[in-house]
Design a protein around this ligand. Sequence first.
Ligand code: DQA
Length: 157
Amino acid sequence: MKKSSPRILFVDGPNLNVLGKREPSVYGGQTLEDIRKDVSDAARREGAAVEFFQSNHEGEIVDRLQRARGEVDGIVINPAGYTHTSVAIRDALVYCALPAVELHLSNPSMREPFRKVSLVEDVVAGRICGIGGYGYVLALQAILHLLREKGRDRAGR
Ligand code: DQA
């Protein structure tokens, strides 16, 4: 049987559409398009299929996560400002029942106190923070690793 490519959905929350122009000293100079190109190149090398979604609207992110259930194999999510406030995005991630990696360009733990709280950190497999745009490529590698481990577990190792 031909092994199909793992499908990974990247979800980006509010204000990440203006990366590059937005506080470059915190988030770096890369645009979201630049980052997506690097992720797509890495995905091609890894034999993975990637899809990207960005929205400034909480409900649209919830809708996209709901559709992801059964449609993709894993999720990389940067909920951006909603990381610290959104029970709805957390609940949608739980509903997905998919391996997920939480990602931040900056390291929220080193910033204002309100950023130290993540409402999704305990419903994801792991977190990558503070590595800038390259964190997205690392997150792709991380989620593919988790999926490979899961496959091995299923096969009984
Ligand atoms: C962010 C960190 C959040 O605190 C912030 O609201 C963002 C971006 C990051 O990628 O570092 O919008 O998620």
